[in-house]
Design a protein around this ligand. Sequence first.
Ligand code: ADP
Ligand code: AMP
Length: 209
Amino acid sequence: MNLVFLGPPGAGKGTIAAKAKDVYKVPHISTGDLFRANIKNETELGKKVKAILAAGDLVPDSVTIEMVRERLKEADAKNGFILDGFPRTIAQADALSEMTGLDAVVNFVLAKEEIIKRLSGRRVCKSTGRTYHVLFNPPKVEGIDDETGEPLIQRDDDKEDAIRNRLEVYEASTAPLIEYYRAKGLLVDVDASKSPDEVLSLMVKALEK
Ligand code: ADP
Ligand code: AMP
């Protein structure tokens, strides 16, 4: 199954992908996670993109496309993938169509007020990328990862100014992909306002059709 998860930041793409990867037995490839791993490991790529991520801007297409091209060549992606957060521009979508075919593009639909609530309450474990929410999906012990016991952090780009910018960037650069993929007959809209398990099940049913 070759899937793309589309939708505004905070719609729950990563949360659902973490569950859907076991349903479809394919890797969850998040370009945001790949960039954050490079930043953490202080690679050349990480140094180049650190300030871009903190501001909530988009990494240049050429850099992002090459990173995905290399990732899709890895053995675990041979039988499919869930791409989360890529493509985010028409140029990235055109490049992806030259790399591989797609079975569907899942569009996670969520109202703006809910997006802001989800992003501002998001907390993550830096080493594993596991995601929580202070109200909607709290850890067992406040501020601590359930499995590693490490302290949870708030992403730099989940602070107010960066959230505002990311939503503007989404509207300007990424939202046009909804009509791009609808025109190709690939788009599957999913109501992302329900609980994670309900969203997963709505998606699985919609993809069976
Ligand atoms: P995205 O990958 O689309 O940016 P995330 O999966 O990181 O979004 O989710 C954003 C925040 O919303 C996280 O704090 C997550 O715990 C929370 N969240 C995700 N899905 C749901 C849901 N269905 N209901 C309530 N909160 C959710
Ligand atoms: P995410 O974890 O998907 O919210 O992505 C975090 C940040 O990584 C974004 O705000 C961008 O700065 C960068 N990023 C992730 N995916 C892409 C992409 N496809 N194109 C450009 N920048 C990206």
